[in-house]
Ligand binder design. Sequence first.
Ligand SMILES: [Zn+2]
Length: 287
Amino acid sequence: MRKASGFVALTLCFSIGYDAWSHRTVDQFSFVQVGQGDCAIFREQGTVVIVDTGPRQGSFDAGRRLVWPALRELGIDRIDCLVLSHPDMDHIGGLASIAQRVRIDRVVVSEVFRYHPVIQSELRAAGFFGNRVQYIDENSRLSFGGLKVSLYPAPLDSKSDNDRSLLTVIETHDKAIALTGDASQEIERYWIQQGVTKCQVIKAGHHGSDLSLSSDWLNYHQPETVVFSCGRNNPFGHPAPEAIERAVGSNVLRTDWDGTITFWSTGSKSERSTAEESSPLTKFFNR
Ligand SMILES: [Zn+2]
């Protein structure tokens, strides 16, 4: 069994606030069920950071169909920072439809994609030009309210857009969460050498492909929970049984089976509520 973090001690330090959705003190983060793609929402009181936007494919737009309803349910009408991990449409396809409905103050993209035609086209379609986009060319830390966002670009000689994914680590008051886009095990090992923040929650890279979520990455973080974000019966066989096997010892959660997965903290005792209590955010872990 991997060791749990010192959650109880830290929650005692949490300040009192108000949350329009739960009517309780909260910071909260959700892995949204967007089918085969990624979208995670982080909120600390009035501050919101999102990593990736879900897919757009044919007439299906997860930004409009799934992410926007989730934001509305949470009472979110403004996003402080939206990070795009890399240019694949299963990560950035929902950008324009989210931007049509919610104010987004800042979009963050890795410097290696400054001239990437796909991501630039999506940014323009969503109305993001010039200094509304922040390009990250070195390990960086940004702060939004109580959320600390650490950004780690991949090495410059990475061979594919997947491997150029921008690693985002978000620290809430008591958890650190790592989101690696679709980067492979080789890049995970590079980030270990960079001394990235150790995280209690990890989103498995590349939707649980066997090429990601290395044993080295898991041993480095010793995560309490590993989340797989993937579509039900997807044609890629994600998540790979080997990747799930490597995650044994952590709580394993899957958006294809569990729906949207939400963690929230009240700063009080641990609780857990069930899926039925929380549509459309279908699974909650109140710690
Ligand atoms: Zn992907």
